[in-house]
Ligand binder design. Structure first.
Ligand code: B12
Ligand code: SF4
Length: 468
């Protein structure tokens, strides 16, 4: 697909003054401001997902920023060590975010709060995808982004007229997105557990449409973006707050580069700020040397790329049209020439995978000196076309195992046993001392080296049983 064919979706107009006034009036009518507890539950995965430092939960910070204008809001993050109360008597509303890997925990918190008569909201990708399942654990499920349903939801909470499901008929423009108020996370007594990287959002959506990804289902083929100046202003505000220029940002965008003009304009703006940043990016823009050149110049030190597979049949089956094998090396070369390290994502376990997929991936990583390879087992996430296709073959529906590190179904061309044997072998080979030296020699001595060191220790402990 040509990038210029992409269009922003037809969107509803941003919050009108009328609506804002209604909300203000309703808020004044409240005898006292309702008290909200926002909860980021932890997962029970044993893999390196919720361990060490974790990223600040931009999703809940966005909910807190909106809710804080009308209600008293407390945000707790169980991943950093904040305890989730047994007794919710200090709150009127308990609002929980959930992905699949922490859904069981989110549901049990929801059940507890509901049993105590609280208004319980469940939002995030898992309740969005499986809203029927989620409904029994809460008062209301919020489908997709909170911004698009906020006025209706807030009004119902103030009036006590809750519906079981909130879904916007249209997505709002991103101009309705408020600047996130990070104090909700930073004031936590456990804030030091947060990564120093500041999450930021410039765009939403991704038109590629991979069959295993939830984004096309939730946001369709739409691609929306914030006004560039809002993004740059947000960066400046963090520079002022922290009293330094070299603040590090991590874009939470699904795929930041889909509007080439917007992307390059934003990067030009960032190049004047002196920030450092990383982002998820699609391969199909990186074969042009100028994209990597401006990314490097604007402070990018890491790009996360879903290479996914070196097997052309696998790429075809996942509908990832943005990945062309003949572009892989050019994309990597362009980034490396500009001093940008690569976090490369690789998935295994598709029906077309066989032992050759592992060898091809190893060769690619070593020859191209990929700094931070990340390996996962393909996971059919509920609500995706891939889940529907694989449902009859899926080995378990225990959401705790949906962390992309579990063996979900037997592929057609390789046995489960061989799949896991090769999966472990590849990780050990790529992260053994000599391989790290080969991939990393001459590269800046920074946290990417440290990650390699951690992965070296981690991969030595892997056994097939942990993936079952
Ligand atoms: C950036 C990103 C990451 C980052 C940062 C994660 C983080 N801490 O937020 C990193 C790289 C660390 C990461 C890691 C992982 N990720 Co990730 N990630 C994303 C991505 C691209 C964007 C998430 C984001 O922050 N968006 C911006 C925020 C503002 O939007 P939002 O999350 O949608 O939140 C809005 C709404 O959902 C809603 N909302 C959310 N919660 C609530 C709660 C309430 C009460 C209400 C009212 C509303 C509400 O309002 C919010 C504001 O608009 C998503 C794709 C996507 N678009 O969701 C995948 C995604 C969430 N990741 C995914 C996965 C699988 C993972 C990993 C398991 C991968 C791995 N093996 O390591 C880990 C798990 C980490 C964890 N502990 O949860 C999957 C999850 C699928 C699923 N069904 O659970 C997604 C959906 C991608 C996909 N494959 O489809 N991820
Ligand atoms: S390119 Fe990435 S964000 Fe876009 S649909 Fe595929 S996996 Fe999802």
């Amino acid at each position: 697909m040509l990038a210029d064919d992409l269009h922003t979706p037809e969107t509803a107009s941003p919050t009108t003054n009328g609506t804002a006034e209604t909300l203000e009036r309703l808020a004044r009518e409240q005898k006292s401001r309702k008290k909200w507890l926002l909860v980021q539950p932890k997962s029970s995965t044993s893999m390196m997902v919720d361990s060490g430092t974790v990223s600040m939960p931009l999703n809940l910070i966005m909910v807190a920023t909106l809710a804080g204008k009308l209600f008293d809001v407390t945000l707790i993050d169980e991943r950093t060590g904040d305890p989730v109360p047994q007794d919710f008597s200090g709150y009127d509303v308990v609002a929980i975010t959930s992905r699949t890997l922490n859904a069981k925990n989110a549901y049990s918190i929801g059940d507890r709060a509901k049993a105590q008569g609280k208004i319980v909201l469940l939002g995030g990708v898992h309740p969005t995808m499986l809203n029927d399942e989620a409904r029994s654990h809460c008062t209301s499920v919020i489908y997709g982004e909170v911004e698009s349903v906020w006025e209706e939801l807030a009004t119902d909470i103030i009036r006590g007229t809750m519906k079981s499901f909130y879904k916007a008929s249209e997505l709002r423009q991103m101009t309705t997105m408020h600047r996130p108020d990070f104090s909700y996370a930073l004031n936590s007594p456990h804030a030091k557990k947060y990564s120093a990287l500041i999450p930021i959002l410039a765009t939403k959506g991704c038109p590629v449409g991979c069959s295993f990804c939830t984004t096309p289902t939730i946001y369709g083929k739409s691609f929306r973006f914030r006004e560039m100046d809002l993004v740059l202003d947000e960066m400046r505000a963090h520079q002022e707050r922290l009293g330094k220029k070299t603040v590090r940002f991590s874009f939470m965008d699904d795929n930041i580069s889909f509007r080439p003009q917007y992307f390059t304009d934003l990067l030009e703006g960032m190049s004047k700020l002196g920030v450092r940043w990383n982002a998820n990016i699609s391969m199909n823009f990186l074969h042009k040397p100028e994209v990597a050149e401006i990314a490097g110049r604007s402070g990018c030190d890491l790009m996360s790329i879903g290479f996914e597979s070196l097997n052309p049949d696998v790429l075809k089956s996942m509908n990832k049209g943005s990945n062309r094998l003949h572009n892989y090396e050019t994309a990597v070369g362009n980034l490396h020439k500009n001093g940008i390290a690569i976090q490369g994502y690789f998935m295994f376990g598709f029906d077309d995978d066989d032992e050759k997929s592992f060898q091809a991936t190893y060769d690619f990583i070593m020859q191209n000196r990929i700094e931070f390879p990340v390996f996962s087992l393909v996971t059919p996430f509920p609500g995706t076309p891939f889940f529907e296709e694989m449902k009859p073959r899926v080995r378990h529906f225990d959401w705790d195992k949906y962390d992309t590190y579990h063996y979900m179904y037997e592929p057609k061309k390789i046995s489960g046993e061989k799949l896991l044997e090769n999966f472990i072998k590849l990780q050990r080979e790529v992260y053994k001392g000599s391989a790290i030296m080969k991939r990393m020699q001459g590269k800046p001595l920074n946290w990417v080296w440290f990650v390699n060191f951690l992965m070296n220790r981690f991969t030595r402990k892997l056994t097939p049983e942990i993936y079952l």
